[in-house]
Write a protein that binds this ligand. Structure first.
Ligand SMILES: Nc1ncnc2c1ncn2[C@@H]1O[C@H](COP(=O)(O)OP(=O)(O)OP(=O)(O)O)[C@@H](O)[C@H]1O
Ligand SMILES: [Mg+2]
Length: 391
């Protein structure tokens, strides 16, 4: 394999920005995929796939879109301007059917033309739930349809979200050929679609967690194998640890490390290449993360205190809500600085990190003794680790 061929493969196997499109490059997530398949197979059930930013929701939606053979898939990426009507116009525009039209005059031939289902709602001035249900029912039960609405959190109009809740309930009661799958960034289902008790049974909730260690390792090992490159175990462990379960960072570090190896005709991804990958990775990740980090650690003195507190936060063990306590932070801080400070010594600084002048890098949850902290942008945890390990 020459350099050019390797670079072409590199772009396929390590894609830090683009969601995964092909099954061959998609790893793990079997339990989430199984839950969605169960929802599709269960008449009257729909699904909602939710989770933190960047955990791989769109990639899973793409794999669903491509993998199911006995269902007609339609995928829409929602944006801020979408309304209930425009979402359905976009979705139905993707379904074409042929209509036979009689010619005019003697012996005129019949013609068939393709019509988009969007035209069927153009006469409705105010699109109602039952009109969508009837339209889908008219297709008959020979057709199975799956509508995936990705980035559903982008929808600004609250009414649109409520209409979707009503639609799902109505489809569940009155339709058998359609499955709706909503996908979006949210901590809970309520945050994405509101609270609707009537949806409990008909909307399968599928939470997309951060990636497990073995899933992260699979991404790395598969890419290296295809590129015919090797990696020290220590480096693999570090990449997985830095990524904090966010596949974006796995792809980012592997991409820049492997690129450097390919450029230099080398094939062993050692710590030297990891350092290069970290530096290049930092330069090529979100500008917003870089700005927030800079604001959070800004200091008039040359003290590294803010940096170390932030690094301590990034190293904290997480609970089920991805949050940590001041005691966790202080323990990690003392490990890093080899100091022996107490909770009260860091209390002020930690609370400052949750304020606007330090980019609200942390979010404070709860009050008093039960106060916990979390990174406002979950991807910051990995970014802080990279910054602190950059040379
Ligand atoms: N199962 C997977 N296997 C390999 N790589 C993955 C997997 N899932 C996601 N990725 C990679 O992780 C990165 C983020 O994925 P994706 O865009 O799907 O996340 P997302 O949750 O939709 O993000 P957002 O919240 O910003 O919409 C991409 O680089 C993608 O290639
Ligand atoms: Mg996405």
């Amino acid at each position: 394999m020459d350099k050019l061929q390797k670079k072409a493969i590199l772009n396929q196997v390590f894609s830090p920005i683009q969601p995964i499109q092909e099954k061959d490059f998609f790893f793990g997530r079997m339990s989430q995929l199984t839950k969605i398949i169960d929802a599709i197979n269960e008449k009257g059930q729909h699904a909602i796939l939710y989770g933190e930013r960047g955990v791989g929701k769109t990639s899973l939606a793409n794999i669903m879109y491509k993998s199911f053979t006995n269902i007609y898939p339609i995928k829409i990426t929602c944006d801020r301007r979408h309304t209930y009507r425009s979402l359905w116009e976009d979705a139905l525009d993707k379904i074409q059917y042929s209509q036979t039209i009689n010619g005019i005059g003697f012996n005129a031939q019949c013609k068939s033309k393709m019509i988009s289902m969007k035209s069927l709602i153009s006469s409705y001035s105010d699109l109602k739930t039952n009109q969508i249900v009837n339209l889908l029912n008219d297709l008959g039960s020979d057709y199975k349809l799956m509508f995936i609405f990705d980035e559903f959190d982008n929808i600004a109009d609250q009414n649109t979200r409520h209409f979707f809740a009503d639609l799902i309930k109505s489809l569940s009661d009155n339709n058998t050929n359609t499955t709706i799958i909503l996908v979006g960034i949210a901590e809970s289902v309520e945050a994405l679609i509101g609270s609707h008790l009537s949806l409990e049974r008909c909307l399968k909730q599928v939470k997309m967690p951060r990636m497990r260690k073995d899933e992260c390792e699979e991404i790395v090992n598969n890419g290296l194998k295809l590129l015919d490159l090797k990696m020290d175990k220590l480096v693999l462990d570090k990449i997985v640890e830095f990524s904090s379960g966010f596949p974006h960072y796995i792809h980012l570090l592997c991409k820049y490390g492997c690129l450097e190896l390919i450029e230099n005709d080398k094939n062993n991804f050692t710590e030297t290449y990891l350092t290069i990958a970290i530096n290049k990775g930092i330069d090529n990740t979100s500008e917003q993360l870089r700005i927030s980090f800079r604001e959070a650690i800004s200091s008039s003195s040359s003290s590294n205190k803010w940096k170390f507190i932030l690094y301590a936060c990034a190293n904290c063990e997480l609970d089920e809500f991805n949050s940590f306590t001041i005691t966790n932070i202080v323990k990690e801080y003392n490990k890093i600085t080899k100091n022996n400070v107490k909770n009260s010594d860091l209390h002020y600084c930690i609370n400052e990190l949750a304020k606007a002048n330090r980019a609200e890098i942390l979010t404070k949850l709860g009050k008093g003794r039960s106060t916990r902290y979390t990174f406002k942008n979950p991807m910051m945890r990995a970014f802080v680790k990279l910054k602190m390990n950059a040379k």
